[in-house]
Design a protein around this ligand. Structure first.
Ligand SMILES: [Fe+2]
Ligand SMILES: [Fe+2]
Length: 255
């Protein structure tokens, strides 16, 4: 089996939807695809996208990103929407919990960002006020720390696995997976990008390869024994003059 990864497929952009529909219906029928979040906020589009990809792969793994949890005029908060999406995945057979395969186990990890991820003591927060999650995500008052809440949802999957572990999340687990602020167009990004305690979970399950998304910056680096990969399709405007493969091969037991 081969495992491919993508993230930030944002299929509310027609170009992105079309690119994904052009993936072969034949080549990947023995393979798994990891979609590391950010399909879009429209639930029926999330369903259509997952089903379209499921038809192309043997197995489809997914965690919701921040865009999925936007509640625009919907009569529910973002956590309800999160669990609705998990339920939807169950119904259609997309995997959001660990699955042991013949030679490895794929472990989805839920996450949210926290501002402590930002190492800058005096950060430039240019345009952070307009970050859409602050307006479009609604959380129940009982949730004190959103990052803590999502980490706690992983509790029963933080254990030792007998086979090699491939994990994935939407958000960034390590600060070095984002470029220095001076290179960022959106200076507020480190405040809304990741959660370092997520890396503790990745280490606790002895993951060898972790797929992440969110920053729309592709990455493939091995740090302290773990390979961290982002392969984000990103927005159409972000693909101008930049190579953004639709899917990336991240693991294979084929010789
Ligand atoms: Fe995204
Ligand atoms: Fe995101």
């Amino acid at each position: 089996m081969r495992i491919f990864a993508t993230s930030d497929i944002h299929t509310d952009f027609k170009d992105n939807w079309l690119l994904l529909t052009q993936l072969s219906n034949i080549l990947y029928q023995n393979d798994a695809l990891i979609v590391a979040g950010d399909i879009g906020h429209n639930l029926s589009l999330v369903k259509d996208t997952l089903e379209m990809l499921q038809a192309k792969f043997k197995m489809l793994f997914y965690v919701p990103g921040n865009h999925e949890l936007w509640v625009r005029g919907e009569n529910q908060h973002s956590l309800d929407k999160f669990f609705n999406i998990i339920e939807l995945c169950k119904q259609i057979g997309a995997y959001t919990s660990p699955v042991e395969l013949e030679k490895c186990t794929i472990v989805p990890l839920f996450s949210w960002y926290e501002k402590e991820f930002d190492t800058d003591k005096n950060p430039d927060l240019d345009r952070l006020d307009s970050w859409s999650d602050f307006y479009l995500c609604k959380w129940p008052e009982s949730v004190d720390s959103i990052a803590n809440h999502f980490l706690s949802l992983n509790q029963d999957r933080i254990k030792s696995y007998s086979k090699e572990v491939i994990s994935f999340s939407h958000f960034l687990p390590r600060q070095e997976l984002i470029p220095s602020r001076k290179w960022l167009r959106f200076k507020g990004l480190p405040q809304v990008a990741g959660c370092v305690r997520l890396d503790n979970q990745i280490r606790a399950i002895r993951s060898t390869t972790h797929i992440f998304g969110h920053s729309h910056m592709n990455w493939d680096v091995t740090t302290e024994g773990v390979r961290y990969i982002q392969n984000a399709l990103s927005y159409p405007k972000e693909r101008v003059n930049r190579e953004k493969p639709i899917i990336k091969l991240v693991w294979s037991d084929e010789v």
